[in-house]
Design a protein around this ligand. Sequence first.
Ligand code: TRP
Length: 327
Amino acid sequence: MKTLFSGIQPSGELHLGNYLGAIRNWVALQPDYRCFFSIVDYHAITQHYERREMPVRVMDMARDLLACGIDPERSVLFVQSMVPEHTELSWVLCAVAQFGDLARMTQFKDKSARQEDNINAGLLSYPILQSADILLYKATAVPVGQDQAQHVEFCRRIARAFNRRWKKLFPEPEVLLSSTPKILGLDGQAKMSKSVGNTISLGASDKEIRKALARAVTDPARVTREDAGHPDHCNVHTLHTSFSDGERIAWVRNGCETAAIGCVDCKSALADEVIAHLGPIRERRAKLTDDHVREVLESGAAAARRVAGETMAEVRAALGLWRPAAL
Ligand code: TRP
């Protein structure tokens, strides 16, 4: 079986955008790969956060991942900072990472522009830590969104540089892009994000789901109920393609183009689908106790450390770093 690695920042509870863009795909990949999924808290400290909130965010994220179907019997789910080999390998990789490559990263440029008063070295080195995440497990598949493709490309380059300079230890990982279409937030403007407030939390009640979808922005061409619309310009239609079956998608498309249905009908049908989908996740989540989540993270960290420790031993040997056997 091929090895797969992916990470997610501990942003707290998952929302619909994370679910459709990443997590649903992770869940589906589990039977075909040996999977490592990490909640990357060391990445998160490069941006502002409330110290008190961090443990809550990590726990909420872990609970949501389990509720969505990440199966700890099958996959290793762990918190990055509990496996110190990540930061250890990261330092080694610093010695082959090129400053010019790091400075060119789109995400570094975006984030630096957003926090001009705090362009810390961690923000610049972010892709090095991400490469360490992947390479520690010698993962060859990395399911991420398009926005992370450049970082995986960077990881390939760094693996090549390591292999050339010291020893051929690392395979070059490949991006596994999911087929999810680009989904905008309910404002129809920006990518779904909790901070923008244009998404639905996975824990939302049926009523909250209906209310949020009722406000969702649709094709601006449909000013009145009688105006025909363009499903391809409508984010609600895109959401239908992620949740509904073929028959319903055809009903939406046809109804919108001929003005046979209004946006209210379309959204209410979508709400039914979203509720049918999120209901079971919400139920599973309610049954997950804190103790159980902690246990999963503890054994996940232990399993990750076994693999990561072996890789680090190989790395130190490749570098010519001596250490007594007893250590
Ligand atoms: N940078 C990724 C993101 O923001 C998260 C991440 C960290 C990651 N390490 C990773 C993704 C390793 C894939 C592989 O979405």
